[in-house]
Write a new protein. Structure first.
Length: 254
């Protein structure tokens, strides 16, 4: 099944904008999401999930690796969106998901200051925040990773982060966490072993020699008001004109 999924995602992308092709495969993206997502067979589930993955891949121009588990999570995400608007066409639903991800990605555009980082991260506390779109907006591309890290780490991180940034894996504050704490420095400061290195996870001492460009890097936490401990993240980096998240890079060290 997994080999079929990996091949079929390319086929799903090729029928984007060609509903007739999809219909010949007994799947019509023009039907309401409520009708389409009444999954009656495993084949129906595969077709609907792959069509959605193909559409999102083409819209974002990013590679997509699909397996059974991720396809199942995609269907769960779509069903959750469909509940609020069951008469929306399946096509429109997936298109909205693509636009939400694009809008979240565009909102990362900034000058790379700590204020810009805070502005983006504060979106995770907004009422009705789309945690999936916000998380996927932070997914680093291969070009982002290679701009920050040298080999052999860069190639290892490409596959590692592809597995991290998948539907269903979302960044979100825990209940009661309503405050953002962040600490910003630069990769050159960490590489040089500046005092602020001690404020970052110890693993950065293992990878700092592999930093390439001098770019802003942020450690941040979601905490309850007045607290200093909470949900902690590292590796928020401003590169190629946007913020991306490259957490715990030392875990991918060959």
């Amino acid at each position: 099944m997994r080999k079929h999924l990996l091949v079929a995602v390319a086929l799903a992308a090729s029928v984007i904008g060609h509903p007739a092709s999809a219909q010949r495969a007994s799947f019509n993206p023009s039907d309401t999401c409520d009708d389409v997502l009444q999954i009656e067979s495993s084949l129906d589930a595969v077709l609907a999930g792959l069509w959605a993955f193909g559409y999102l891949a083409k819209a974002s121009d990013q590679r997509v690796i699909v397996d059974d588990q991720r396809n199942e999570q995609m269907l769960k995400n779509l069903k959750a969106l469909c509940v609020d608007a069951p008469e929306t066409s399946f096509f429109a639903l997936v298109d909205k998901m693509a636009k939400d991800q694009s809008n979240a990605s565009n909102s990362t555009a900034s000058s790379g200051t700590s204020m810009d980082a805070r502005e983006f991260l504060e979106q995770f506390f907004a009422a009705g925040a789309d945690f999936s779109a916000l998380t996927m907006a932070l997914k680093p591309s291969e070009q982002d990773i290679r701009a920050v890290y040298d080999e052999p780490l860069a190639s290892a991180l490409i596959g590692a982060y592809e597995n991290v940034f998948q539907p269903g894996n979302v960044i979100r504050p825990k209940s009661g966490q309503d405050t953002l704490l962040l600490l910003e420095t630069t990769t050159s400061e960490l590489k040089a072993g500046a005092e602020i290195l001690a404020e970052f996870p110890g693993g950065y001492d293992e990878v700092r020699a592999l930093f390439l460009e001098d770019v802003p890097i942020v450690r941040f936490k979601f905490v309850e008001r007045g607290e200093s401990s909470g949900l902690s993240f590292d590796g928020l980096i401003f590169v190629n004109g946007h913020w991306v998240l490259m957490p715990k890079p030392w875990r991918a060290m060959p």
